[in-house]
Design a protein around this ligand. Sequence first.
Ligand code: BG6
Length: 511
Amino acid sequence: MSPAEQWKNPLRDPLDKRLPRIAGPCSLTIFGVTGDLSRKKLMPAIYDLANRGLLPPGFSLTGFARRDWEDQDFGQVVYEAVKENARTPFKQSVWDRLAEGFRFVSGSFDDDDAFDRLAETVKQLDAERGTGGNHAFYLSVPPSAFETVLKQLARSGLTDQPNGSWRRVVVEKPFGHDLESAKELNRIVNNVFPEESVFRIDHYLGKETVQNILALRFANQLFEPIWNANYVDHVQITMAEDIGLGGRAGYYDGIGAARDVIQNHLLQLLALTAMEEPVSFSPQDLRAEKIKVLSATKPVGPFDKTTARGQYVGGWQGGNLVPGLHEEGGFASDSTTETFAAITLGVETRRWAGVPFYLRTGKRLGRRVTEIAVIFKRAPHLPFDDTMTEELGQNALVIRVQPDEGVTMRFGAKVPGTSMEVRDVTMDFGYGHAFTESSPEAYERLILDVLLGEPSLFPVNEEVELSWKILDPVLEYWASHGKPEPYKAGSWGPPSAEAMLARTGRSWRRP
Ligand code: BG6
């Protein structure tokens, strides 16, 4: 069929990737269902998927926690979470249908009886709601509880996959706190579930703008020829947050900014930015390229000059006076946990030799923004007087991951007038202007992919271990060399972060 004939054909090929994919019969059980993540992200995402018609008719959601709840109490908690945090409008008919599939199992992780009741619940779901023996288990629990829950799932037969049905496990970060512990965690998980049934969440990979990195690079002729050390001076990957850590000390103290987000989100952004073109977009081909580029990525030293870390103190942010880390409570008074981290990495391949990748992240910074900025070298020759180009910077391509999703290109243009003067201007693509569809939440995409068994957006054990291998030398250096430097809330981090780039004649962007 010619493309023109295909276009006229109202029945598109069912394998057409543009068609919405609807999950087959299945259920999802969430452990840690009373936690923040569940209320803010998971429950609303499930409702949004139902609202978009992407869940199967008999879909069921089971909550597992210590609370002494009945199914209706759990339903009420989901209802409040949906009302508060769902992305799409509330529709009573969608809700009523979804709520029919809510179940709650009360018990602690070491309670055999509770897991036997869960196994019984799952069996009933198959009989009553046609879930077909397909069940996913979401571990939204601290890593210390992973082993117990996994062993219980195996003991109670919940990991068996009878008659071609499937069982999958979803694991939330942190995946360990260094290479050794990550290996141990992977061993524990893989003892119970084969790797193809393990879905490790890195929610940045569920963001539209992050998936757009691949479209931008590999669907265009424009960028790839200059995406290398011949043209690129350096790359800056920034994930800045304006929020502080109030209430999250229990999780964050002892972990810090590098383990919390550089090890996972920022290294995944680096991998997508720096990897070679995959043979195809199959999960295997995509992962092969990410693994290759992560294997070639090394921290650049000496770390006293190429890294920086800080801890925020009180200051003015957006017109409000906000407290410092230690006034917020929950942190040990001598805590050396960093809330700002910046590191320098090198990707040792022909494409990137000599190009520094600067990664930084922090809490209570000037504003919330995540971006990847590819900064190009200056033109080799400028046929202008120096004064004409005094205000000309370097060309840049900035992928704006959030909040103002899009891409910006920076280049020089003539200032209008009778004289010749060149200054930086920008050209913008904004998702909000170019498309009418709004972007789904990352968790919508990822939960749907788990139910579909589509693994492309989930890092495999090797990626996780390689990421720790990259970060571990810096963490070890920090552990034995001093403390994080204070920085004011509302600023862009400690002075050492500025100094780290200034030494090479560069500076951080002020997004
Ligand atoms: C999480 C980190 O993975 O990402 C948090 O643990 C951080 O510390 C969060 O606040 C940021 O996510 P997002 O999607 O708001 O950028």
